[in-house]
Write a protein that binds this ligand. Structure first.
Ligand code: BEZ
Length: 389
């Protein structure tokens, strides 16, 4: 009897000793929490990010760092007021290994706060809020997209080089609009231009008429704008319908015409914008990506799809280095800081605050494409002001 008890105890002990090793080999499914808009003016942007991310995972056989990927998704409605509750659903209720989101800068700032407090990995696949890779920067927070400053700054330089002197800006009044305008002003005014008026309206408003009348009265040399998604479609159409397109050139950060050209039609023709992606990149990497995306979704990819795809690539680079351990944020960050990310946009690295250092392209709308005109700003790095890591 005693010997039987001894054998049972020994067997139990052996099992317990073997358990950590077995767990290390098979850490279970990797839970990815998408916090993206599925409704509202940015709904299509959320879908493209989701598509891009899943495409990369499918290309890896459904696994990242050997772990089968499972998705959980929350519709954040691009509403900052609901963002803390929404992100906590993913972190505390669903226990995700990594959060992917979001599109809206105000939502992303709430996500960064929650990620910083909980230590959960966060990869931002769009929102360009300066704070995320500035004062809120952290070892576990990364961005696969851009900072709002980057395309704005590049367009400021382009507009000045075109000889414009007096310009008006128009955007939504929130972090993304404010920071895009700040970047534009810096690039424009450094090079001899002057922003004579900054116009704005609350997000996600589309009542542009009074502001367009004001632009007509101000008679600037040109206008710079940040709008995206459904709001960008309406703005481009209203600008043209007001008769301004013929007399006052319109420039924008490239969100103005990315993923929107089918709806904007001829009203977008000829518009010049700056962004970290374009049609006609002429690289094999981009051609392969576009073919795979078109085959899978029967759609052409846009910048948001690329950012989603690259968020998944970044996750794979980090987790391959930590053998799938999402809690090892130190090892994850070390791997990404050294990495060159092989993006369809062109390879990019991350700054010390974890924002892409990347080429910003000048694009021109021709038909249904944002055709590459050239590089507006080579390897442009966001200043990452206020980041201490
Ligand atoms: C933002 O809120 O940061 C944003 C939204 C749409 C496109 C680009 C930036």
């Amino acid at each position: 009897m005693q010997r039987k008890h001894f054998l049972a105890t020994a067997a139990a002990l052996a099992l317990a000793a073997a358990a950590p090793a077995a767990l290390a080999q098979a850490p279970g499914k990797l839970k990815v929490g998408f916090m993206l808009p599925a409704t509202g003016t940015f709904a299509a942007l959320g879908t493209a990010i989701d598509n891009g991310f899943r495409l990369y995972v499918t290309e890896q056989g459904g696994k990242i760092a050997g772990r089968e990927v499972e998705f959980v998704r929350v519709d954040d409605e691009s509403d900052p007021a609901k963002a803390t509750d929404n992100v906590n659903k993913l972190i505390k209720r669903d226990n995700v290994d990594v959060i992917i989101g979001s599109v809206h800068s105000g939502v992303a700032m709430a996500m960064a706060k929650a990620a910083k407090e909980s230590g959960t990995l966060l990869i931002v696949p769009n929102a360009g809020a300066a704070a995320v890779t500035g004062p809120m920067c952290a070892q576990n927070i990364f961005r696969s997209s851009f900072s709002n400053w980057q395309p704005g700054y590049a367009m400021g330089e382009v507009a000045a080089k075109k000889g414009h002197k007096r310009m008006v800006t128009i955007t939504w009044k929130y972090a993304a609009g404010d920071e895009a305008v700040l970047g534009f002003k810096e690039g424009f005014e450094k090079n001899g231009g002057k922003v004579i008026k900054e116009l704005n309206l609350p997000f996600p408003g589309v009542e542009f008429q009074a502001l367009l009348t004001e632009i007509a009265a101000l008679k600037p040399d040109a206008v710079f704008t940040f709008f995206a998604g459904g709001g960008a479609v309406k703005f481009v159409k209203d600008y043209s319908a007001a008769g301004l397109k013929k007399s006052i050139p319109l420039y924008g950060s490239g969100f103005l015409t990315d993923g929107t050209l089918d709806a904007q039609g001829a009203d977008a023709d000829g518009l010049l914008t700056t962004l970290h992606y374009a049609d006609g990149m002429k690289s094999k990497r981009d051609a392969d990506f576009r073919l795979a995306y078109a085959k899978t979704y029967k759609l052409q990819p846009d910048v948001y799809a690329v950012q989603g795809y690259d968020a998944a690539q970044m996750l794979a680079i980090g987790l391959n280095a930590t053998k799938g351990n999402a809690k090892d944020t130190k090892g994850f960050a070390e791997a990404l800081r050294k990495a060159k990310i092989d993006s369809p946009r062109g390879a990019f690295t991350l700054s010390r605050s974890h924002n892409p250092v990347q080429d910003i392209y000048l694009r021109k709308v021709v038909g249904k494409e944002n055709v590459l005109e050239g590089v507006a700003s080579k390897a442009l790095a966001d200043p990452g002001l206020g980041c201490r890591m």
